[in-house]
Design a protein. Structure first.
Length: 185
């Protein structure tokens, strides 16, 4: 009988050269928006990522189930930060039409709602990887692309159920839709 050997010895990374991310950017500006029809009600998110010169790097809109507007705003931010975690970014600029979210991220307002505390902690943890980041509350008109993506995702649900059942990260068991938009240009 042949000899049995243990698991293969670790010879370093499987991917060579070591994976360092999808791209490198001197500056990214991330526009996020959360929308809820009813509070709580059917909710969605919109995200637009632009490089320094204004070219869109990625964008998407997605239903997130039943949520409050503030939960949708935080969910949009967390999804955006997950998306850009594949990039090397020197400066990160966050733009939102939620003054509450911006002030809470800057530490000007306390986060009182327990479900928002969790999302806030997630966002703060993800932001630690960026040495130079800022968040700014902008008028809805300057956040139009993200707002449009969030609203289109909600309208898709009303238009006849194009979505697929994927559960709900918020624990409400409602339907979520297909992600729409473009990733990486």
């Amino acid at each position: 009988m042949g000899e049995m050997s243990g698991p293969p010895k670790d010879k370093g990374p499987v991917v060579s050269p070591e994976f360092i991310g999808i791209g490198s950017f001197e500056e990214l500006t991330v526009f996020t928006d959360g929308a809820a029809r009813g509070n709580p009600g059917p909710a969605s998110i919109g995200v637009v990522v632009k490089e320094g010169e204004g070219r869109t790097v990625a964008s998407f809109g997605e239903r997130i189930g039943i949520a409050t507007n503030n939960t949708a705003e935080y969910t949009a931010l967390v999804h955006a930060l997950r998306l850009i975690s594949a990039f090397r970014v020197e400066r990160l600029r966050l733009k939102t039409d939620s003054e509450l979210l911006a002030r809470q991220l800057r530490g000007e307002y306390r986060v009182r709602e327990p479900h928002l505390q969790t999302l806030h902690a997630q966002a703060q943890s993800m932001l630690r990887r960026y040495g130079d980041w800022s968040v700014e509350s902008v008028p809805r008109e300057k956040n139009r692309e993200a707002d449009d993506l969030a609203n289109r995702a909600l309208d898709e649900e009303k238009g006849g159920g194009v979505g697929e059942s994927r559960g709900d990260d918020l624990g409400h068991g409602s339907k979520r839709g297909r992600r729409q938009g473009s990733l990486f240009g």
